[in-house]
Design a protein around this ligand. Sequence first.
Ligand code: ADP
Length: 491
Amino acid sequence: MYIVQIASECAPVIKAGGLGDVVYGLSRELETRGHCIELILPMYDCMRYDHIWGIHDAYRDLWVPWYGGAIHCSVYCGWVHGRLCFFIEPHSADNFFHRGCYYGCKDDNMRFAFFSKAAMEFLLRSNKRPDVIHCHDWQTGLVPVLLYEIYQYNGMGTQRVCYTIHNFKHQGIAGAEVLWATGLNREDYYFHYDRLQDNFNPFALNMMKGGIVYSNAITTVSPHHAWEARYTPIGYGLGHTLHLHQHKFTGILNGIDYDVWNPTSDRYLPFHYSSDDLEGKAKNKTALRKRLMLRDSEKPIVCYIGRLDDQKGVHLVHHAIYYALHRECQFVLLGSATEPGIHSHFAHERYILNNNPDCHLELGFNEELSHLIYAGADMIVVPSNYEPCGLTQMIGLRYGTVPIVRGVGGLINTVFDRDYDENHLPEERNGYVFYQTDYNALESAMDRAIGLYYEYPEEFRQLVVQGMACDYSWNHPGEDYVEVYDHIRYK
Ligand code: ADP
């Protein structure tokens, strides 16, 4: 099959979070299964150009219709760790992708509406006719709308769209200008409950809703989150729309790239190890301590890696730091916050804990350090308010770092409580789960994990080994996606 992924991220060249990992990992898996995969991405000024090999002009004069005129674009092509990627660079005063950031601009709606339009125009002009277009999140929600309302009449009548939602919180709420700019026009037609009209604000358009309504298949990133999105407030108002389109909606658990995340060969690790020989993990722990200037001790290291955002349960992250220190653990945090309030809160904590030899808070994004933390820590806390899938607990498992998670979304589908999970055999259990959002719930799960570490080290080690034996590679999800593609493709 010929599949084109259109996305706003692809790790490691463009990575703000899990979306980038998924786009890259899935592409790689599909390619190893013999499918032809290409990616279309924005050409951001701040992306990691050092991860692109052989970049060259692919299409010099792409004129993308925009409002009444057209914007001149260049399309570059290069390989990102073996994946063929096309990068779209518009030349206009808007400087859509020359902002020094991926997201967070006032005109994000227009930036990604433009990207969606440009991606479709590129497919059309370069005569690319994939069997399936796979697009992701609100940024590319207009892709199926454009395909079915415009491009299918221009020679793209057999293309089909799979749309994956990684996070329902951000939906791309826009005004009518998006319609006029992209050539969809017809305000009265699109401002309709059955099409793009936002379910709560009748005067706004919802690009994610457009993606749901117009795609041939919709997926979200774990089976449990698919349920949550339909039946709980986590669907952020799209529950009813998903209900109307339930026949094409499903949840497919993300995988992690087992080549990138591999403790036996990780190029960022000073020492390699496997579940048969965990000595390297202990050495990485020492290396982590040295790097972060933590004192040498017998204490376990508890870590948190991830965005510092309301979604991630920052109040519990904060509490986990102090509870771990109180329970004779060391704590390492690696996180970045886009919200200034959250950033300054953790910056203040960092200042307070600056001289504590058992704690290190690193604020920022650091891929390389994240690998060493996954390898060197003993436990990882993921106390999310909601978590569509979550990759950090899966990476933690792969690196023998016991996850302590809140039982929501994909966390429920991947972590099985050592003491209480009744649906899995004791030898299949791999971590600790708590359900409430209060401190007691978190403390009781941390307590059980830390207690096992100190009092029953052999059993803790067994839990580590069981976690490392779990298979959260792209193998199964890859199969599931191929099944979805096969189901929707034009035959
Ligand atoms: P989300 O997509 O909601 O941010 P996920 O758990 O799905 O969360 O994915 C997070 C990914 O981003 C993981 O690969 C994690 O290692 C990485 N990550 C998150 N924050 C950081 C950071 N500050 N530095 C390095 N890597 C990070």
